[in-house]
Design a protein around this ligand. Structure first.
Ligand SMILES: Cc1cc2nc3c(=O)[nH]c(=O)nc-3n(C[C@H](O)[C@H](O)[C@H](O)COP(=O)(O)O)c2cc1C
Length: 294
């Protein structure tokens, strides 16, 4: 394993390599790392990754804080995330899909539409891509947002997860979004056969260059998808890894949790009903709100 590198300008004499190495090691002990920003101390996967440790000390997040409307909570956290210097694109989200045989895959996409009444999150993509094919074949997907905050503040870092069924956005909604994209992005959407293998970059560039921008219309192979959430989980970092997790599980008309994997993982209906509270959001959707162990 390589030794830690020392930051240029660090307050250790650079000629005194052994001392500098010792100090870097000491500074990176788990205890010190809590109080010390990691920036510049770990630069390579060959450094001691087990020493990277941020303590998400900060305010707690209770069921009462979560309220009875998960989409309002999402909205509030999104707004706070978009104010943070640590969050460049609050609408960037990991989209996990699975092939019909259960093989999972995950990639980033951009949240482009929220429908609070439906509890849905929309994005746009090539409908023949791997992600879209898998979404449409299985009818399900999961999303995850990570918004790093500032340890020690009221917002030490937050994660939101959503699981649900996937639907296509209607063509008019897809067209309305497509026409708002910069013309170069519209050309690229037409030019790219997303997820397919190609011989080289030049082939793609030549295909894009051959397209007359004034003729570009919404291709049949491009459009919007949305995930209608049956589960929404809000995670806020807490000190010593005892984080706060509050989940909302959509209930059917018989007050049964729609997401069986979530219910099973939570200990089954009895555990959920004992630990949880049934709440109704302003759109009339009933959710079982429960705290999960971290
Ligand atoms: C921050 C970020 C945002 C992205 N947003 C989108 C998006 O909104 N739609 C999209 O099709 N691909 C987006 N991509 C590219 C995808 O991650 C992915 O490479 C591509 O869609 C092909 O995925 P697939 O082959 O699994 O279908 C984004 C990538 C990053 C890093």
């Amino acid at each position: 394993m390589k030794p830690f590198r020392i930051e240029p300008g660090a307050d250790v004499p650079t000629r005194d390599a052994p001392r500098a190495y010792t100090r870097a090691r000491r500074d990176h002990s788990p205890e010190r790392a809590i109080a010390r920003p990691l920036r510049g101390t770990i630069r390579s996967v060959h450094d001691d990754l087990s020493g990277i440790r941020i303590d998400y000390a900060g305010a707690g997040f209770s069921a009462a804080d979560a309220g009875s409307d998960p989409m309002a909570r999402f909205d509030a956290w999104f707004e706070e995330a978009s104010e943070l210097a640590t969050v460049v694109e609050p609408n960037a989200m990991a989209l996990a899909t699975s092939a019909p045989d259960g093989t999972p895959s995950v990639r980033m996409v951009l949240l482009k539409a929220v429908d609070a009444a439906a509890a849905s999150f929309g994005w746009h993509t090539n409908l023949e891509s791997r992600k879209a094919t898998e979404c449409l074949r299985t009818g399900t997907a999961a999303l995850c947002w990570w918004w790093p905050g500032a340890p020690g503040s009221d917002n030490p870092g937050r994660q939101v997860r959503a699981v649900g069924r996937v639907e296509r956005l209607d063509r008019d909604a897809s067209r309305a979004y497509f026409e708002r994209r910069p013309i170069e992005a519209r050309v690229s959407a037409v030019a790219s056969h997303q997820s397919r293998a190609v011989q080289d970059r030049a082939t793609i560039d030549a295909r894009a260059a051959a397209i007359d921008p004034s003729s570009v219309e919404l291709p049949a192979s491009w459009g919007g998808l949305r995930l209608v959430a049956d589960e929404l989980e809000f995670w806020q970092g807490r000190t010593a890894r005892l984080h706060d997790r509050i989940t909302f599980l959509r209930l059917d008309e018989h007050d049964a949790v729609l997401s069986r994997p979530a219910a099973d993982a939570a200990g089954g209906d009895d555990a959920l009903l004992t630990a949880g509270t049934i709440v109704t959001d302003p759109h009339g959707t009933r959710w079982l709100r429960a705290r999960l162990e971290p």
